[in-house]
Design a protein around this ligand. Structure first.
Ligand code: 5AD
Length: 350
């Protein structure tokens, strides 16, 4: 009964109370079925049963930041660092294109080696060679000028998780030189420039409360992003959060559904972290309202080095070359992978 009241709130487009969010976070997966069902109705009405794929290219694991949760933080002396070359990256795109990818996501640590000149050169090379493809960047906080240069070079989208909308919680997760306000500002700047933008946060990160998640939802209502990336927090042994408990599958699924209902048009990935904590996690994410998967296109030689968290999935359906397996898994639950850029469907375009 409480759940049905919450579903009513969500259907009206209203953000649930802290108490209601707490209730959802404490539900077991089978108790959440009515929530998943409503999220799927919304998903089907906007995107049908289509699942978009993005080829993820993790092009550098050097990072100047020292985020307490992240395995490629600067302070991790055990991380084996690598950078792909422009040619490596173009080869990844070539292989991806052949497999049916029409979006390439360039994701990396905040690596000063990759200057704006190098990055814009890379972006325009990809866009020249694959004019029917979208390029998504996930390279962190930069100046407005840098973002403008990337956009001018042809980048279409930008992923920058806000990590948490609450200032005090942001400081619990990051060293003092990083600011939550600065991060949020970057997202507004990116949107202003013309990027399709993605924000997001981990579920179950240390110190996270239902009140924080409510603030995340309010922030997202204000930003109106095109994409939202969420996945469970998973501890990495070489970080200060090594012994913190991970976020759970059911909490992440509940939040995916809440997001689908509150933001019907959003592009919502079933993330690698979700697939990592549970076999079949990706499928359950789709059945909770997600409509994007991001298989890994990075060369096999580096895949084991881009470890944001322990036991990261990187083979089988998590890998680009496992696309057949992924297609099978999606059709087994009644969905199909489509060959398309998979752009945001604006409300007005429907
Ligand atoms: N567990 C889960 N997600 C993580 N990320 C970084 N470290 C972890 C971790 N230990 C997420 C962050 C970042 C994105 C690229 O990966 O939210 O923005």
């Amino acid at each position: 009964c409480k759940l049905h009241k919450i579903l009513e709130t969500l259907s009206q487009g209203s953000i649930p109370s802290e108490n209601d969010i707490g209730f959802l976070l404490n539900c077991k997966e089978d108790e959440l079925q009515p929530l998943f069902l409503l999220a799927r109705e919304v998903q089907h009405s906007v995107y049908g049963r289509d699942v978009y794929i993005r080829g993820l290219i993790e092009f550098t694991n050097y990072c100047k930041n020292d985020c307490y949760y992240c395995g490629i933080r600067r302070g991790n002396r055990h991380a084996e660092r690598y950078r792909l070359t422009k040619e490596d990256i173009l080869d990844c795109c070539e292989e991806g294109y052949r497999l049916g990818f029409r979006t390439f996501v360039l994701q990396g640590g905040e690596d000063p080696f990759w200057t704006d000149a190098l990055l814009t050169g890379l972006i325009s090379a990809i866009k020249n060679r694959f004019p029917d493809c979208a390029v998504t960047l996930s390279v962190g906080e930069k100046s407005r000028e840098s973002y403008r240069a990337y956009y001018a070079a042809g980048a279409d989208r930008f992923l920058l998780r806000h990590e948490t909308a609450n200032g005090a919680h942001y400081r619990q997760l990051h060293p003092p030189e990083l600011s939550g306000e600065q991060r949020k500002q970057c997202l507004f700047t990116l949107k202003e420039i013309g990027f399709q933008v993605g924000c997001g946060m981990m579920i179950g990160s240390p110190g996270q409360t239902a009140a924080h998640i409510r603030e995340d939802l309010l922030f997202m209502k204000e930003l109106e992003p095109h994409m939202i990336g969420i996945g469970p927090f998973i501890p990495h042994q070489e970080t200060p959060f090594a012994h913190q408990p991970p976020g759970t599958l059911s909490q992440t699924l509940a939040l995916l559904s809440v997001l689908r209902i509150l933001f019907p048009h959003i592009l919502l990935p079933a993330t690698t972290a979700l697939a990592t904590i549970c076999d079949g996690g990706r499928e359950r994410g789709i059945l909770a309202g997600a409509n994007v998967v991001m298989p890994n296109l990075s060369p096999l030689s580096v895949r084991k080095k881009y470890l944001l968290y322990d036991h990261k999935a990187g083979t089988g359906a998590e890998a680009a070359e496992g696309l057949r397996e992924l297609k099978k898994r999606m059709s087994a639950i009644g969905y199909q992978i489509v060959v398309s850029r998979g752009d945001y469907k604006a409300a007005s375009a429907l």
